[in-house]
Design a protein around this ligand. Sequence first.
Ligand code: UDP
Length: 321
Amino acid sequence: MNTKKNILITGGAGFIGSNLSTFFLNQGNKVVVIDNFLTSNKENLSSFKSNIDFEFFFGDVTQKKIFTQLNKMNFDIIYHLASPASPKQYVKYPTETLMANSLGTLNTIDYVLKSRSHTFIYASTSEIYGDPLLHPQPESYWGNVNPVGIRSCYDESKRFGETVCTTSYRQNNIDVRIARIFNTYGPNMEKDDGRVISNFIVQSLSNKDITIYGNGTQTRSFCYISDLVEGLVALSQPNLAGQIINIGNDDEKKIVDIAKLIKKKTASKSQLVFKPLPSDDPQKRKPDLSKARKLLDWQPKIDLSNGIDKTITYFKTRFKI
Ligand code: UDP
């Protein structure tokens, strides 16, 4: 029997959070979202804001008062997603990023203890592997991160967030799980968040130059949002306390090939132009998904071509490009 669950999602108005909220509401659960709209969008909540199982709290996870407002409401699952998450956004908001993943994680875990909530799932990132020297990246890899570079506000605060989680698991026996989320794309991405897929689709649809940073031989492995959501949901199943699991897609592609694919699919007149590579931009990235396949009985299903088609349709419809 499917019992109704109470779920808290910090950062629930963001790209991943809003898709996760939609999934849980569609399954008949109660979803509470905390968001301060720093890099997210009210519009992402519009389809369910009148749903009686949805509740929204405007606020910042780095402030204790937002948790006081929850009034010790007890949750079956808490997803802590609140943080700027694209390179453009965390370089623009470095202090907010540091704080959301450090103090914000401490505050959210403190709330788990005080409210006697059950499962805490932390949205970590493939960025904790930095510019990896091991390929593909298994969860056992400690990474190669520049602690003082432009990405460090994100990479190091996510690493610290993981430390908060694992310490709370050992010291307070909190049921924490860590999702290391790899590059994800799909509906509810912002059109100006600077990520490669949103940039290339928007540029192609408006026949503007497609901006390739560096020579485009760097690689990423892109996961469609519905697969990512299913992975995050699978991570909430029983008996996974203390687990750290990569979630993404292991179909690795060169950035220049992504540009060509999107240009072709949109029948665009755009030119491919090459711009300087930002510092510390990882040369390659691909998750080792063995652990996810084994422990979550999950794997990505949507291939890149299909996912890009759906994402192009989303950008055309939502932004009228
Ligand atoms: N990138 C690019 N052109 C763009 C945006 C990004 O060539 O307009 C590159 C970027 O340098 C990186 C990759 O695409 O190598 C993925 O960038 P994104 O910002 O999406 O995320 P990252 O994986 O770097 O966190």
